[in-house]
Write a protein that binds this ligand. Sequence first.
Ligand code: GDP
Ligand code: MN
Length: 403
Amino acid sequence: MNIHEYQSRELLQKFGIPVPPGILVQNPVASEKAFDELQKRHGSKVCVVKAQVHAGGRGKGGGVKLVKSGDEARKAANDILSRPLITPQTPPEGVPVMKLLVAAGVEIEKEYYLAITVDRVSACPVLIASSEGGMDIEEVARTKPEAIIREPISAVAGLRPYQARKICYFLGFKGTQVRMAGKIMHQLADLFLKADANLAEINPLVVTKATDEHPDGTVLALDAKLNFDDNALFRQDDVVAFEDPTEEEPAERRAKQFGLSYIKLDGEIGCLVNGAGLAMATMDIIKLHGSEPANFLDVGGSASEEAVTEAFRIILADKTVKGILVNIFGGIAKCDTIAKAIIVAAKEVGFTVPLVVRLEGTNVEPARKILEEAKGELPTMEIGSDLTDAAKKITALTGAPAA
Ligand code: GDP
Ligand code: MN
């Protein structure tokens, strides 16, 4: 699960990580007021107006604007809210912006990258840091891999003090920066472990310009991106409270309510499958036969009639779907039960696109009979004898070039 930057900042602060103050707004007038308020309360001479969307790279797309007056803050807000934000991480048409964060601006001496994520190879959290902050870490990894340090973190003991010191030394922190940055690393590790995060990224972590009070500057988090393990949300009420339904694909949200794992894709063949592995194999074989899947959809091992009906609805609501391939392995759920569910669901939803059904497993024979008998009622349905046959049929029926 993803959350917004303003929410991430809130969580960072809860774990003690210093973040510049900010105010969430939804219109240009409120943006101007927020600027005045930050100026009055914190003496901010500049602010940043930042689009709040679940996508990064906002700076590059014009979604982060430095402003020096209330007037500029209003204009920047108007500008950002007036059109979809397109960044390297959004779909090509961009995403709508509904909320903005007006944050006190800071004078940056240097930007760093600091993140914790799960290293699936070594099966433990890993802290990743670089003195090349502000930019894409993937880009740094490609062009300057020696500028990145990776430090495994014990999920039990957390980040150890010697590790924080090693990372500070690598990044070139000096004087009082070492203590400040080290503390932030410990706090971020604490957040990552306690909040069941998948990713806790601060980019940029900055050292501010020197002042009389802070000759080495101060260390602050200017942007944060947090992602959480969906399977741990049952024990993360604070995180669940951050959920923003407007940021999710509506069909994916509906699917979630019915216990379906659904991800929309760009192709034309809708897939209805039980089991994630089988769903992957189904998408592969569709591609192999020259077509593209319109979605990933796993109805789960039990595949109830209700879930299958909802799955049909979701797939058919997608206007790019030219045909549906149902691929079910009857294990715990028996094929004949599923065949009945498919017929009831298909009849209830009602559609005209080709449908190819392939069933295998427990009670497959009676299931095939049930499907055969229902052909009169479901004229666009065909039965696949095996997965290859089913994939060939659906790609042919939807007009894909023969592969
Ligand atoms: P992202 O592009 O979505 O990752 O958004 P960020 O919040 O990271 O902002 C992008 C860039 O804007 C940062 O790398 C900074 O260079 C710049 N920026 C953000 N906040 C400030 C600020 O308070 N002061 C200054 N001078 N630059 C900022
Ligand atoms: Mn950033």
